[in-house]
Design a protein around this ligand. Structure first.
Ligand SMILES: Cc1cc2nc3c(=O)[nH]c(=O)nc-3n(C[C@H](O)[C@H](O)[C@H](O)COP(=O)(O)OP(=O)(O)OC[C@H]3O[C@@H](n4cnc5c(N)ncnc54)[C@H](O)[C@@H]3O)c2cc1C
Length: 456
């Protein structure tokens, strides 16, 4: 008789695992059933801001594989609109609720893949049911927001609460749709994934495209009129709004896991080993936004909810479930985003992370240009490096600039991953031609500046 794999969560991590397991084990050997509480499988949440703005015209362009494809091409059964409500490890069963039919179903498993992702952080004031207030965690959330923006009366004033990268991307997409946009951030600056001076460059660019930014301003509540959002309340008074988007960050979706007794780590996410097994719970695997990862620079367990990790971790789990051998080596926190023309890249530790991890370090910011200074379209680029003192080992890097800035972080990520020193980096054989870089690439200029700082 075939073994049975149950997958909880039908997006990046869950379906990557299911597909990889299927590649290695045929239907006669392994039956695969995936439960997804939403309407979609294998969708790009990362693409939601670009569908909201209209850059990506059709919602279904964000769906890589639908349930029919999974059934017909992979022999994987997907139960959409089924929310798993319980895991019984002793009986090796999950309990799920059919959200449309109202029925409860129980399914046995030999192997369980937990890939329930993350849930948006919602303070008490955001928990009500005022129409016009949205998170953007899933494609269903995105679809609800898009329907509101396209509906009548047509919203004109948007407030985005929270200036993380999702809040920033949503502010961009709403301004591109022609709304007036205010971004409210409790901290002193948006984009706290980079250090303050780099975040200020991002804030400047956001103001430059017409986004109003109000920092150091905690939200205290929401005001409604006739059941529709009317304003966001702050300590400095109400900010009028016809639509509110919450971008307050996420936490790992571990409610079910915790109730079943799966171990959580210090970050609050599920603990897993290098092969994505849940330690001490045979036959149970987890991956994606619900798990914690090893940070390869600080050596600490961290929760870094990014699609790039969810896909890789899901693949690793699936290879192992399928009888192969694969490991996930950890993360260094590389991420890129943009606000209109301005691009932002970051990898490794910020100054505050380096200090918290106990490193002695120097940091430098080098200003140069994206192309040879004389070449049309050359734009200013800021590269920040943080290097351990005295070894010179790179600990972190951030880039803010226009035209080809963001993906330059990849060269720095590879250097960081491989433990290079800034001195070694000054000799890196990076590509040069005037349309692409000055003869000294901004990355090399920053490395030279860091070497000087270490000597000083
Ligand atoms: C707006 C936005 C932009 C982003 N941009 C980027 C980016 O540019 N780059 C990047 O690397 N990452 C980005 N991310 C993050 C990325 O989308 C996530 O890291 C990735 O989707 C995580 O995949 P996952 O499979 O772990 O979780 P999810 O994609 O959250 O999938 C989990 C699934 O589980 C389902 N589920 C949860 N609980 C249950 C249950 N009890 N029963 C059944 N189903 C359940 C959910 O409905 C969901 O579909 C972005 C995220 C958002 C929201």
């Amino acid at each position: 008789m075939a073994e049975r794999l149950i997958v909880i969560g039908g997006d990046a991590a869950g379906m990557a695992a299911a597909s990889q397991a299927r590649r290695r084990r045929a239907r006669a050997d392994l039956e695969i059933v995936a439960f997804e509480r939403g309407h979609f499988t294998s969708y790009s949440a990362c693409g939601i801001p670009y569908w909201i703005s209209g850059v990506v015209p059709e919602r279904d362009q964000l769906v890589a594989r639908d349930p029919t494809t999974f059934r017909e091409s992979f022999d994987i059964e997907v139960r959409l609109r089924h929310e798993v409500t319980g895991i019984d490890l002793d009986r090796r069963e999950v309990v799920a609720r059919d959200l449309d039919g109202g029925r409860e179903v129980r399914e046995g498993f030999d192997t369980l893949m937990y890939a329930a992702g993350a849930v948006p952080i919602k303070p008490d004031w955001a928990r009500g049911t005022i129409a016009g207030v949205f998170g953007v965690q899933t494609l269903d959330d995105g679809a609800a927001l898009r329907a509101w923006l396209d509906g009548e009366p047509r919203p004109r004033r948007a407030v985005v609460v929270g200036g993380g990268y999702i809040g920033v991307e949503m502010a961009e997409s709403l301004i591109q749709r022609g709304l007036s946009v205010t971004l409210l951030e409790q901290a002193d600056q948006p984009v706290s994934t980079v250090d303050p001076e780099m975040g200020e460059l991002v804030a400047e660019a956001m103001r430059g495209v017409g986004i109003q930014i109000r920092t150091g301003l905690p939200v205290t509540g929401l005001a409604e009129r006739d059941g529709r959002i009317a304003a966001v309340q702050t300590a400095e008074g109400p900010v009028p709004a016809d639509v509110v988007v919450l971008g307050l960050g996420v936490r790992p979706n571990v409610g079910l896991a915790e109730s079943a007794g799966l171990p959580l780590g210090p970050s609050g996410a599920i603990r897993v080993d290098r092969r994505m097994r849940v330690p001490g719970v045979p036959g149970v695997w987890a991956a994606g936004d619900c798990v914690e990862s090893l940070h390869r620079v600080s050596g600490l367990p961290v929760h870094v909810p990014l699609g790039t990790h969810a896909n890789k971790q899901g693949r690793v789990a699936g290879i192992n479930i399928g009888g192969g051998y694969a490991t996930f080596p950890g993360v260094i926190g590389t991420a890129v985003t943009k606000v209109c023309e301005l691009e932002v890249g970051r990898t490794g530790l910020r100054e505050r992370d380096a200090a918290a991890a106990g490193f002695e370090f120097v940091s430098v910011v080098a200003e140069s240009t994206s192309r040879a200074g004389y070449f049309p379209g050359a734009r200013t680029m800021h590269v920040k490096l943080i290097a351990e003192r005295p070894s010179g080992r790179l600990l972190g890097a951030q880039i803010v600039g226009r035209s080809e800035a963001a993906k330059r972080i990849d060269a720095l990520a590879v250097a960081l991953w491989n433990g290079m020193t800034v001195d070694e980096m000054t000799a890196l054989d990076l590509g040069y031609a005037p349309p692409y870089a000055p003869v000294w690439d901004p990355v090399l200029i920053a490395a030279r500046k860091a070497v000087d700082a270490l000597a000083g």
